[in-house]
Write a protein that binds this ligand. Sequence first.
Ligand code: CIZ
Ligand code: SF4
Length: 304
Amino acid sequence: MRKSITERIRALKERRGAIILAHNYQLPEVQDIADYVGDSLGLSRKAAASEAGVIVFCGVYFMAETASILCPDKSVLIPDVRAGCPMVDMAPVERLLEMKARRPGAVVVSYVNSSAAVKAESDYCCTSANAVDVVESIEAETEIIFFPDKYLGSYVASQTGRSLILYDGYCPTHVRILAADILRLKQEHPGAEVMVHPECTAEVVALADRTLSTGGMCRYARECSSEELIMGTEVGLLHRLRKENPGKRFYPASEAAVCPNMKRIDLQNVLWSLEEMKHEVRVPEAVRARAAAAVDRMVETVKA
Ligand code: CIZ
Ligand code: SF4
């Protein structure tokens, strides 16, 4: 009998000495084949700690690039090299250099959703799971440029009381979640708690009970006593939430919050990636070494 695609992926993964890492926004079947599913902070930590020589990274390009920055001796493969992130693309390093030139004393905190070149020009990198902690670790009175997500940046400013210098970047998927969506769902499910991602607009964040990274949402959903939750982030997270909490009900804040780039990875190209050992993500060493200093600080900032 012909082997299923899942069996073929498993067998080849074994032969290559590979592990498969998948982001929380990946397609359900991709999450189910992965050795580990998580947010970019968890995935970066897994990549760094793994003994495997090959990492198949099921997520968007900057995430695979971050793994490669952390693990230059491993082969980091992305099954579809076109899986980009528009927030990264709207934030070229030249814009950061201009901001730095205007504020020579400022410290730069960049969101992990950024290019390797931007990370190389940053003092700290953070994810949505530890952005508040990273900013709080910086001495008060220091001027901080937060690049490139203005919504995450304004959320962090509100939590820390720091005034951050922001860039005009944002996630086109999360801005599709509207305050009106949350208000309607709250009316339909009066007992439900609302958790949203800090990439959402400030109006949406203002309506939420909790503002959390996807890893934080998974933890909160498990630990809270609510049986119904309205979830304001990319819809891919629903798979994990429902799988891990079969007794609870989850309502997506918006069915329109789909990231097309996250859906570019499927079982076919995961298998292809292992067969061809492609596409290998590598960062030129001069850039990598500088970016690694910022990324190491992100991985080491413990609270998540
Ligand atoms: O950091 C990540 O993995 C992203 C993009 C979302 C989240 O908060 O988990
Ligand atoms: Fe980028 Fe938004 Fe997609 Fe995340 S959900 S990869 S921030 S476009």
